[in-house]
Design a protein around this ligand. Structure first.
Ligand SMILES: [Zn+2]
Length: 272
């Protein structure tokens, strides 16, 4: 059987993301062909005629507005969106305003919508799709009965949230303690960020590209081997809940895979 091909979709909202470099990385790591494509929705709606495409855009705008997580403590806290909310989503889909990441949407439902857009011939595991987005994605956690922001939604297509890398893993405890006591003042907030500089990822952080490589590996391991994350904090597949864990797993000069996962890719490379 031929090696599967990876498809990376870049919506161009994270300036520190260098998709060609990420493609090279993935290609080297898994000895698999990688193709960089433009933003996912635009790409896949491109095969429809004008009228159908417009119908799809309306439908997606409505669905994404509906899928906003309106109450983090209530499962499926969706409600019929206001026309204004649908309009924000429509403009986002038309590439008129992708700047802000806004409210989180339900990650699994978002992924399901994206999967529907894939052409039938690209749905199998010979085509491995990975989307980068600056949307915030959240999933319901049954253990503590609340929604949590996510860095990545594993599956087909895998979705990596670049805003999620900043917002989902928690910052150091001391950071929150100090922030609680801060006056409502922009300068104080800037100073606090400066005080903790380097200990967590910020928006437009130059280190994002390097961190994303680890998340690409997580997406690929799930698609290729059905492997979900790793318990070893030194492995790039580690499911970090803290910023410092994430930076440790992804940014050390020797950052890489644990022995077990390294063996799995070596075996794959040997076969190709
Ligand atoms: Zn591992």
């Amino acid at each position: 059987m031929q090696n599967p091909t990876f498809f990376l979709y870049d919506e161009n909202t994270a300036e520190s993301l260098r998709s060609e470099e990420l493609a090279e990385f993935l290609k080297g790591a898994f000895a698999a062909p990688v193709e960089v494509r433009e933003e996912f929705v635009g790409r896949h709606l491109g095969r429809w005629g004008e009228e159908e495409r417009r119908g799809w855009l309306e439908e997606l705008a409505r669905r994404f507005a509906y899928l906003r997580v309106r109450d983090v403590n209530r499962e499926n806290s969706f409600s019929d969106p206001l026309p204004m909310e649908v309009d924000v989503e429509r403009r986002r889909l038309l590439n008129e305003n992708r700047g802000s990441f806004g409210m989180a949407v339900d990650g699994f439902q978002f992924q399901a919508c994206m999967r529907e857009l894939l052409p039938v011939e690209e749905r199998g595991l010979q085509h491995l799709h990975i989307i980068f987005t600056n949307r915030l994605l959240a999933t319901w956690e049954a253990d503590d009965r609340r929604y949590h922001l996510r860095t990545i939604i594993l599956g087909q297509p895998a979705v990596i949230s670049t805003s999620g890398l900043v917002e989902a893993p928690a910052k150091p405890r001391e950071y929150y303690l100090i922030r609680q006591r801060l006056p409502d003042d922009e300068l104080a907030r800037v100073n606090l960020l400066r005080q903790f500089a380097g200990r967590f990822l910020e928006h437009s952080d130059a280190r994002t590209n390097q961190v994303v490589k680890g998340y690409l590996m997580q997406a690929a391991f799930y698609l290729l081997f059905g492997e979900r994350f790793c318990k070893d904090p030194d492995c790039r597949l580690f499911n970090a809940h803290w910023q410092e864990e994430m930076l440790h797993a992804q940014l050390r000069p020797e950052a890489g895979l644990c022995e077990k996962h390294e063996e799995m890719v070596e075996e794959l490379r040997a076969k190709s």
